[in-house]
Design a protein around this ligand. Structure first.
Ligand code: ADP
Ligand code: ADP
Length: 231
């Protein structure tokens, strides 16, 4: 069955903004699905509901074919859903490796074993092609490396679904190419990837299918290999 689903999902914020309106969506396991649309179309809100940062006002969100239980990001980790967004959630004074293993491999007195963390991180980086310096402090590395750290953290937690919110906005062209190569490799290993973008050229390059949002509604899904409407 699908990795991620939405059934008539609606989200109205406290200020009355109807950010998502009756969205139905299925993303199969092992697909790279781009979600495109103008600013304010509801893309981030929909992704936050898959992750658990927001709860639907009505309708149902499905993860692995089952209704997603309430419980926020903590439950998302348990469900195998990871999200990397523009405001990265890392501990600035910790090393890359400490951040990657944080919350998964706490050592004695809550401290992680730096050497073991660095080895784990180097292995994950090698496997995925997401190059990082495990021993660098996060506040001293490029924003691109911070993003790769965040993705490695998601991988280390065993995620089966990876949500990327405008990941290329902060990347150089070379870093973008490297990210896409890593995303394809993850997809070929069975990862499902949801990818928010408004850059159509990039979307055509990386995604298997594209879903288009407009004013809170999902208005269509297009297969990017043959450009056939599937609705
Ligand atoms: P997109 O990701 O496509 O730019 P968003 O999901 O961020 O769209 O936003 C959809 C609409 O919901 C916009 O009108 C936005 O201003 C509004 N919105 C987003 N987050 C919140 C929030 N936390 N509270 C109130 N309104 C919000
Ligand atoms: P994103 O598109 O990733 O949500 P934004 O810069 O649009 O990033 O929003 C930053 C934060 O402000 C998010 O948590 C979002 O939910 C919130 N937000 C966005 N629009 C509004 C709004 N109109 N009212 C209140 N909060 C909002």
């Amino acid at each position: 069955g699908p990795a991620i689903g939405a059934r008539a999902v609606t989200k109205t914020y406290g200020n009355g903004v109807r950010a998502v309106r009756g969205v139905d969506l299925d993303v199969p396991v092992g697909e790279i699905r781009a979600i495109v649309g103008e600013n304010g179309a509801g893309k981030s809100t929909l992704m936050k509901m898959f992750y658990g940062l927001e709860q639907p006002s009505s309708g149902e969100v499905l993860v692995g074919g089952r209704p997603r239980v309430l419980g926020g990001p903590a439950s998302a980790i348990g469900l195998g859903v990871g999200m990397v967004h523009q405001n990265l959630m890392l501990v600035p004074s910790f090393t890359v490796a400490q951040n990657v293993v944080l919350g998964v491999e706490p050592g004695r007195r809550g401290r992680v074993d730096l050497k073991a963390a660095a080895e784990t991180t180097a292995r994950l980086a090698e496997e995925s092609g997401l190059a990082v310096d495990p021993n660098a402090r996060v506040d001293e590395v490029s924003v691109g490396m911070r993003q790769r750290t965040e993705i490695l953290k998601v991988l280390h937690r065993g995620a089966r679904v990876l949500i990327l919110d405008e990941p290329t906005a902060v990347l150089t062209p070379q870093e973008t190419e490297d990210l896409f190569a890593a995303v394809r490799r993850l997809r070929d290993g069975g990862m499902t990837v949801l990818f928010i973008s408004h850059k159509l050229r990039e979307v055509r390059e990386i995604s298997d299918r594209v879903s288009v949002m407009r004013a809170g509604s999902l208005v269509g899904t297009v297969d990017t290999s043959d450009a056939t409407e599937r609705s």
